[in-house]
Design a protein around this ligand. Structure first.
Ligand SMILES: [Zn+2]
Length: 168
């Protein structure tokens, strides 16, 4: 990405390239359980569970597709909850988005939590920008922004570029 802007009459060129980023967009994620990188799409899944009281779904997580990182279905079952998971492969691309949007708002306990998952799966660079989100907030980076601006891919690249050194 190429960004041009002028300051004091001069033209500055800043190049945010894919080389600045650590995660491949829509192919790699940070596991919500162990915090390590999910290296390829085949290694990840989205999971959530359903309580037996009102059967609303909740606690969505993107995790490694193995029993070490996934919810323990037997443990949840003992608590009256039903674990559900889907491979990330089936949740990306246009078909994946249509699937995610197919889950009714009335079935989801916390829609903000669900929107976050959709952004992580479908918006380039957002997953990586989340790593530095707290630094950007502390720095008032989002001040004056409208509701959409913080989540745009170009904003995420700016966040990564600006805060990744501090975030180490
Ligand atoms: Zn993991």
């Amino acid at each position: 990405m190429l960004v041009l802007f002028s300051k004091n009459g001069g033209i500055f060129i800043i190049v945010f390239s894919e080389l600045d980023t650590r995660l491949k967009p829509k192919q790699q994620w940070i596991c919500d359980n162990c915090g390590e990188v999910i290296e390829s799409i085949e290694d990840g899944c989205l999971e959530w569970y359903k309580g037996n009281d009102d059967s609303l779904v909740e606690n969505f997580r993107i995790v490694h597709h193995d029993s070490t990182c996934m919810y323990d279905p037997q443990m949840l079952f003992k608590e009256g909850k039903q674990a559900i998971s889907m491979l990330l492969e089936s949740l990306v691309g246009d078909s994946g988005l249509v699937y995610l949007l197919g889950l009714g708002v009335t079935e989801i306990r916390n829609f903000t939590e669900y929107q976050e998952i959709i952004k992580r799966l479908h918006v380039d660079h957002y997953e990586e920008a989340r790593l530095y989100w707290h630094l950007a907030e502390e720095d008032h980076f989002f001040e004056g922004a409208n509701a959409a601006w913080p989540y745009l891919p170009e904003t995420s690249l700016k966040i990564i570029h600006k805060y990744k050194e501090k975030g180490k």
